[in-house]
Design a protein around this ligand. Sequence first.
Ligand code: AMP
Length: 299
Amino acid sequence: MITLRRAADLRACCDDARRAGRTVALVPTMGLFHDGHRSLMRAARADADLVVVSLFVNPTQFGPDEDLDGYPRDPDGDTAVAAAEGVDVVFLPPVDELYPDEPRTIVHVAGLTARLCGASRPTHFDGVATIVTKLFSIVGPCRAYFGRKDAQQLAVIRRVVEDLNLPVDVVGCPLVREPDGLARSSRNAYLTPDERAAATVLWRALSAAAGAIRTGERDAAILEALVVSTIGAEPGVRLDYAELVDAHTIEPAARVDGDLILAVAAFIGRTRLIDNLAITAIGAEVDIDLGVVAEEQTA
Ligand code: AMP
C-alpha cells in the first residue's frame, strides 16, 4: 500500500492503472475508520483492481459552529486499517492541496439538499458535493463506494454524477450497526458512557417504526409520530428531525409507497447522530432494510 498526498500523484496512479487495463475503486472518507468504512473497503476490494481510499476531513462541509477542529482523527491507525483491508492507495492530502485558496466554484444540488440534514446544516451538502466532485475529477473513471448510513448524501452524490455526466459508478453499501443497533459513526467516539446507552434510542425508534410497517401501518404521520415519541421519551436526547421521504428526491412522502427513507437525526448531549431505514414498497410488498450488524462484517 502506498500513501499519496498530492492530487497530481493520485491522478497519475489512477491513469496508469486504467492504461494497464485495471479497474479503479474509490472510497471517500473522513477517517477514524470503523466497520462501516471497512465494509466499503471490502466491497471495493472485491470489485476492483486498484482500491483508493481518501482520508480527508473536509473543512467546507462543516458549519461555523460545528466540530471541524475537534473531529476525531487518527491517520496512522487508519492507514494500518486500510492496509489490513488490502487497500492499494491511501490519499491523505493536506488541506491546502485541495483548497489552496477560498474555492469560488461550489457544487450545489438544489432541492435534494433542502430538507433533513440540509435544513439543519445549510452549507453541509455544498461542501460534500464539491469535495466529492473534486475527488472524482482527480481519480477519473471509477466505481465509488458510499454507505447507506448517509442516505441523503448518497442521493445527492448520485444526482451530481447524473447532472454533471461524471464517469463514475456510484455503489451504495449497507448501513453497518453495533450489536445493540447503534449505527457505526466516527462521532460515536464523542459519547460518554451514559450518552452511548441513550444513543440506542435512534435504533429503537426506527425498529418500532419497522414493526408498525410490518403490521400494516402505511401513514407517514403515524410512523413519524412513533419515532418522535420514542425519542422524546429518552432523557438527554433532542430530536432534530424524523421524516419519511422519497429516497431519490428527498421530498416528503405521505404514505409508505415506492423507494423511501425513514430518516432521523438527534442530539445526544452535544453529539448529533443520524440513522435511517431504507424502505421499498411496491403494492403490498414491503422490504425494510435495517442494515447489518458489525460483527457480521468483522467475522
Ligand atoms: P465518513 O468518514 O463519516 O465521512 O464516512 C465515509 C463513508 O463511510 C461514507 O460513505 C459513509 O456513508 C460511510 N459510512 C459511515 N458510517 C457508516 C456505517 N455505519 N455503515 C455504512 N457506511 C458508513
